[in-house]
Structure formats: C-alpha cells, structure tokens
Design a protein around this ligand. Structure first.
Ligand code: NAP
Length: 284
C-alpha cells in the first residue's frame, strides 16, 4: 500500500527540498501550507497541497486525513501548545510515524520550544525521530545574503566562535530517509556539517569560490541588532539571533557528528559545495 506523507513547513528551507525528494519516490505526498496556491506554483502537479495553519485547528482535519507519516516543524514564533495539540490530533487519527525538525543540543535545554515538543512527542503513540540540526548554511543565503551582495561582508556577531554549519538539503535528505525507511523509529539524530568553522574561515571560502574578496565584519551584538532592526526583522527574531550568536561566541556550537553520513551513506555537504551551488544568489 502506498504511504501518505504530510509535510508541514513545506515551503520552508528544509520542507522544500524534502517535498522534492519525497516526490521522486513512491509515497504520496501532501504539502501543508497556509498558501496552497503558492505551493501549486512551486511544486507543480505531483504533491497535493492543502491549506494548513497551526493556529487554525479547523484546517487540521483535511491535512491529516489518511496520513501515515508526518514531517513536523516548529515555525519560529508559533505557540508550542498548538504544535503539541496538532501532534495529539495526528496521533488520534492514526499517524504512525513523525519526524520532528529540532535543534542541535535540544536535549540539554528543557525550556527550549523544540525540546518541549520533543518531550511531548515521545509520550504519544507515534514512532518518533528527532532531527536535531546545527546552524543551516542557508542562513547565509537567506538572512545574511544582503550584506554579502551589497557590501561583500559576512555580518554576524559570532566573534571568534566556530559553527558546524549544516546544509539544509542534507537535513531534508535525512528526513526523507527517516520517513520512508524503517530502522529510525524512536531515535534522535544530531545533524551537522563535516567541519567546525569560524567566520573568518567561512569568509575565506566565500572569497575563494565567488572569486571576490568577502570579509568577516565581526560586528558587536549591538551593531548587529541595530542593523537587523533597520532591515525590518522583528524584535523577537533579532533577540533570538543575538542569543544564538552569543552561544557561538562562547565556543559551544562547534560539535560535529557522523549522523548525516550514517543515515545517508555519504558525507555531509561542505560549505564550499553550498557556496558553489548558491553562487548566483551571492552575486551583486
Ligand atoms: N535556521 C537554522 O539554522 C535552523 C537550524 C536548526 C533547526 N532550525 C529549526 O527549523 C525550523 C524552521 O524550519 P525551516 O528553516 O525549514 O523553515 P522556514 O524556512 O523558517 O519556514 C517556516 C515554515 O513554517 C511554516 N509556517 C509558518 N507559520 C505557520 C503556521 N502558523 N502554521 C503552519 N505552518 C507555518 C511556513 O509555511 P507556509 O508559509 O507555507 O505556511 C514555512 O514553510 C525552526 O523550528 C528552527 O528553529 C533552524
């Protein structure tokens, strides 16, 4: 029997490559989004788009109808309670397996929204797999792209801290395996890139691949916050980013693991591969 998979956050950084990976396989894929029309434009006729809003429980029934497996994420800024209630609804209607996108180190942070959701999922009847990912390389092409393009700068307040940058396409590839293969039930994977890099090293990779000089600006946290507010990011999101880079400054974000390779049977993508693949987005 063909499995039916529901992908939440399907238009997002991980969801989009996940939907594409799943659509190449045999499962039937339903795309949950607040904007089904946009999803139809993005994915064409293959996957089946359905309106879904965590804040509107009246959209959950149609999204979950006949679903066996679920890719779940916590949209930043959403209510944790909504995600937990949605997970309960999925459990009630017979979803068998859930892969949840979490963050590296969540198990040590009981008050983190992702950890609170993990704890809840572990108490449902669904087989669960936690994908605890480190910082996405795609933050550089999404949030921090503007400074690279306009000023030839990487503008993050990370000091001399190192990060094990993960390519979100690898996280999506792991999610696709977890949802379609057996053997991943009731496990947590720590998904990182192959190396811990500081932002001078990141800037050097950019300079080399893009063939122009990209500097690491190394701003203070205050200068970073001011610039991000001026660019229109919400105060909550700016505060979240400052907190995240404060952890990087303390040297706590450099852990690398072999989990991507263990699941995919190939090493994780390097930052160099990411910059080469996204080079057009970084051109002025
Ligand atoms: N960025 C990183 O470095 C990083 C690293 C590890 C983990 N994470 C975690 O990854 C998660 C975000 O994943 P992502 O980066 O793939 O997503 P994203 O690109 O940030 O996109 C957010 C997604 O959430 C969906 N969404 C927003 N509000 C919603 C609502 N009310 N109801 C239903 N869906 C809603 C949006 O879907 P529609 O607009 O289509 O409705 C969109 O697809 C977060 O929990 C984040 O903490 C991020």
């Amino acid at each position: 029997m063909t499995e039916r998979l529901l992908v939440t956050g399907a238009a997002g950084t991980v969801g989009e490559p996940l939907v594409r990976a799943l659509s190449d396989g045999e499962a039937s894929v339903r795309v949950a989004t607040r904007d089904p029309e946009r999803a139809r434009d993005a994915f064409g006729d293959g996957p089946d788009p359905v309106e879904f809003d965590l804040g509107r429980p009246e959209t959950w029934g149609a999204a979950l109808a006949d679903v066996d497996r679920l890719f779940l994420l916590y949209p930043p800024g959403s209510a944790v309670g909504d995600v937990r209630e949605f997970a309960d609804a999925a459990d009630r209607v017979g979803v068998e397996r859930v892969a949840f996108l979490s963050v590296l180190g969540a198990e040590k942070l009981p008050f983190l929204p992702h950890r609170r959701i993990e704890t809840h999922l572990a108490q449902t009847g669904m087989a669960h797999t936690f994908l605890r990912a480190s910082w996405f390389a795609q933050n550089l092409s999404e949030i921090h792209r503007k400074e690279v393009v306009d000023r030839d700068e990487i503008f993050v307040p990370a000091g001399d801290g190192v990060l094990s940058v993960t390519d979100a396409r690898d996280v999506a590839a792991v999610a696709a395996r977890v949802l379609t293969e057996s053997g991943h039930e009731d496990r947590a994977y720590d998904l990182t890139g192959p190396a811990a890099l500081d932002f001078r090293e990141v800037a050097a990779v950019f300079s080399d691949v893009l063939d122009r000089r990209i500097e690491y600006a190394d701003p203070s946290r205050l200068a970073f916050a001011r610039r991000m507010y001026r660019r229109g990011f919400s105060p909550g999101f700016v505060a979240f980013m400052v907190a995240e880079y404060s952890v990087v400054r303390l040297g706590r974000s450099g852990r690398t693991t072999g989990d991507v390779e263990a699941v995919l049977g190939r090493p994780p993508r390097t930052l160099r591969e990411f910059v080469a693949d996204y080079a057009d987005e970084f051109r002025p």
